[in-house]
Design a protein around this ligand. Structure first.
Ligand SMILES: [Zn+2]
Length: 127
């Protein structure tokens, strides 16, 4: 059973939860990728790919705190160091244990980014 079939099945049942599920589109441009609350991914590789592209595009130091048969937890900051960035992403397996859903997301960063697009252009540079 694919996640698309599961979605169709749940919609027929009038499953309310399903309304906020968005099946992640793997054809999204890599620099437009951003994991969102409720997103459903076909595989853990697909979710990791999305998270990595999101991190690279935005300059966040994301890492996988947990990745096991129950869930994937993404945090922001330096691995195993104290950091106060509240970014958290929890994704859990659903239905057939092939699909993952982002079921908790705190998407506001307080970290300083490693780099910023546009930060190269400062008044000093222009002047
Ligand atoms: Zn952060």
């Amino acid at each position: 059973m694919t996640i698309y079939e599961v979605q169709a099945w749940l919609m027929r049942l009038g499953h309310n939860l399903m309304k906020k599920h968005i099946i992640h589109d793997p054809n999204t441009m890599w620099d437009k990728m951003e994991p969102k609350l409720g997103d459903v991914f076909e595989s853990i590789a697909q979710l990791k790919f999305c998270v990595q592209n999101y991190a690279v595009t935005n300059g966040y130091g994301l890492y996988y705190e947990k990745c096991d048969s129950k869930r994937l937890v993404v945090r922001c900051g330096k691995w195993k160091q104290v950091n106060d960035c509240p970014y958290r992403l929890y994704a859990g397996w659903m239905f057939n244990e092939k699909s993952l859903q982002v079921n908790t997301l705190e998407e506001n960063h307080k970290c300083s980014r490693k780099f910023k697009f546009g930060s190269m252009i400062t008044p000093e540079w222009i002047g």
